[in-house]
Design a protein around this ligand. Sequence first.
Ligand code: AHG
Ligand code: MN
Ligand code: MN
Ligand code: MN
Length: 339
Amino acid sequence: MTTPRQTTLTRFLIEEQRRSEETCPAELRLLIETVARACKAVNQAISKGALGDVLGSLGSENVQGEVQKKLDVIANDLLLDANEWGGHLAAMASEEMETIHRIPNRFPRGEYLLLFDPIDGSSNVDVDLSVGTIFSVLRAPEDCAGREVTEADFLQPGRAQVAAGYAIYGPQTLLVLTVGTGVYEFTLDREIGSWRLTDGPMRIPTGTKEFAINMARRRQWSPGIARYIEERILGTEGPLGEDYNMRWTASMVADVHRILKRGGVFLYPGDHRKDGKAKLRLLYEANPMSFLIEQAGGASIDGAIPIMDVEAVGLHQRVGVVLGDPEEVALVAEYGRTG
Ligand code: AHG
Ligand code: MN
Ligand code: MN
Ligand code: MN
């Protein structure tokens, strides 16, 4: 018998495949291995910092209207290059690309679609705080085989995801993954360069008195969100009679990872005044994180309904996000209904 820490990602995925060809077929296993290998390359690039001339911004803006950091583009290219030739994918989509990236004709085409946020929390790169890579895997629609893949093929609900995960580049480099059979954490063993199982199946601890929200956006909150936060700020002097802590990393990966490990709730609501206009992206941020959170016993809503049931209508569609401890998320939904 091996101890969990001796279980590498490769072994874990092979055992998953043996358990169920349906949830972890060989093609998906190899795709996940490729993504994980690309994350190692991203990790290397980030860790060079100023010495590798990878910090700072480029003159360009992405389709989101955000100034691109050098590492946004470097990581995007690393993910594209690593995943293009393996034969597992029909196309890719990313926060940093206006439209989809089809697999060039010189490579075989596979049956999956890969979506990613190459660097999540990229405003933190230059100040040496945790950032990450988020990814989501969908099956390409069956009729894709005989025609060109289109953006519409990516517009599937989060429930259709077959795998999702993130790498977090922090004090440790971790890979957190689900293929729909629980959530597992792997730590990068930097000496031998392999991912080793260090936690899982992960369960979100309940009852943690912590919330994560950008307080500077208070003017945008709906009455329900404002009530939920106000009660917690009042602490022992309010109806809850207990003090809460606030944490905000400004890297969704880091905030979600803390919730998976320690509990609490994360909120990035839509702007109440602007018809719910939100910041986080449905397809490559909210959906993969929601898959992981639900698989770990948590809940994830857009403020009212589960994010994975939200209809996808655009590649870069944005959505409000409230996720974490299921009781807290239910309370936010209830306050949203009653004000
Ligand atoms: P990205 O760096 O991929 O554009 O994502 C940043 C996102 C998310 O990671 C984080 O939760 C949020 O933006 C932070 O927003 P604020 O700048 O409002 O704190
Ligand atoms: Mn960005
Ligand atoms: Mn992001
Ligand atoms: Mn990003």
